[in-house]
Design a protein around this ligand. Structure first.
Ligand code: PLP
Length: 347
């Protein structure tokens, strides 16, 4: 283990945290998919099975974010994301699980059909406020969050603000430092190495935490992030900030070199939430080879990135690949006709 890592991992254990996830999530062998892909071994880290409200990667982040919220005496979380955000679904459910209120600032129109994650946010009784912007970093969003914060205070409540892309990014990444330590233990237990870990990148918090956590755990592994929304350079910059912030929270001197952050933006297609042919093909392939459920917004595009990396030779036939399944299944149903269009009957 690298010098200083033990102290950082001790600090990790002492950070305020609430129990929301069923851990450890399984690390499953996927031999048929490995064969189709053309690699020595494929292990799927099943963070779609984190347990809360259909699972997904955001549950691990919420354990630390809501841990801090609780430690500060908060009773209301105020947060924001897109209309079909998996994070908002899970934030709403987590708030309920802890007896807290959730106020969600959703990018989009109030006329949107009540379906997918938006339906689930309502089902979990969140107070949903819509806003017109499409920009996750719009100044107007922060102004609105502060207004709602005042509103909650005025009625005697105790608000806690979460913005994954900015001020909550480092703490949210801590959930994935923890996941990386868990993964390293599972790999050691199975006597397997990790040549490449591949995952979808939205805000970059998951990637940041994993890379830092693998370094702290002394587990060498190339981590490939597949952007679903933004240029690779933007992600790299934000991920490095999150890594620095997370290392600071842990009091860790372990550093990650800039060029260790490997992000590709080649599989976004026409944009965030717009299915690609390769992403849809990935959904069918994973479902038919292993009974795994990927989605067109995140995991399908990430898998398309894996397939292409093997095709290009960036991932070799003797390599061990770990694919992080980050969840997102509720979204698959929003794209029923796009998925159905790829289903060639068998037989
Ligand atoms: C299903 C799923 N996969 C991957 C991601 C990306 O995670 P991150 O925002 O930490 O990059 C998200 C969230 O954006 C998600 O909901």
């Amino acid at each position: 283990m690298p010098e200083n890592a033990t102290a950082a991992l001790d600090t990790l254990k002492r950070l305020p945290r609430v129990a929301l996830a069923t851990l450890p999530t399984p690390l499953e062998d996927a031999p048929r998919l490995a064969r189709e892909l053309g690699v020595r071994k494929l292990l799927v880290k099943r963070d779609d099975l984190t347990g809360l409200a259909l699972g997904g990667n955001k549950v691990r982040k919420l354990e630390f974010l809501l841990g801090e919220a609780r430690a500060r005496g908060a009773d209301t979380i105020i947060t924001t994301a897109g209309m079909q955000s998996n994070f908002l679904r899970l934030a709403a459910a987590a708030a309920r699980r802890l007896g807290m209120e959730a106020i969600l600032l959703v990018r989009g129109s109030a006329d949107a059909p009540l379906a997918g994650n938006l339906l689930l946010m309502r089902l979990f009784g969140a107070d949903i406020r819509f806003m017109a912007t499409e920009d996750p970093y719009a100044e107007s969003t922060f102004a609105l969050m502060r207004e709602i914060e005042d509103e909650v205070r005025q009625r005697g409540g105790h608000p806690y603000l979460i913005h994954l892309g900015t001020f909550s990014g480092a703490l949210s990444a801590i959930g994935y430092v923890h996941a990386a330590v868990e993964l390293a233990e599972q790999l050691r237990g199975a006597r397997e190495r990790c040549d490449h870990l591949v995952l979808a990148v939205g805000s970059g918090g998951t990637y940041a935490g994993l890379l830092l956590g693998l370094r702290l755990a002394g587990m060498p592994c190339h981590v490939l992030g597949v952007s679903v929304n933004a240029p690779a350079e933007d992600h790299r910059r934000r991920i490095l900030e999150k890594i620095r912030g997370a290392a600071e929270i842990l009091g860790s001197a372990v550093t990650v070199r800039d060029d260790d952050v490997d992000i590709t933006d080649a599989y976004i297609g026409a944009g965030y939430g717009v299915p690609t042919a390769a992403g849809l093909e990935a959904i069918v392939q994973a479902a038919r080879a292993e009974g795994l459920l990927f989605d067109p917004v995140y995991t399908g595009k990430a898998w398309a990135g894996v397939v292409d990396a093997v095709r290009r030779g960036a991932i070799g036939p003797r390599d061990n690949v770990v694919f992080l399944h980050t969840g997102g299944a509720p979204n698959a149903f929003l794209y029923a006709s796009a998925i159905a269009g790829r289903l060639v009957p068998r037989g």
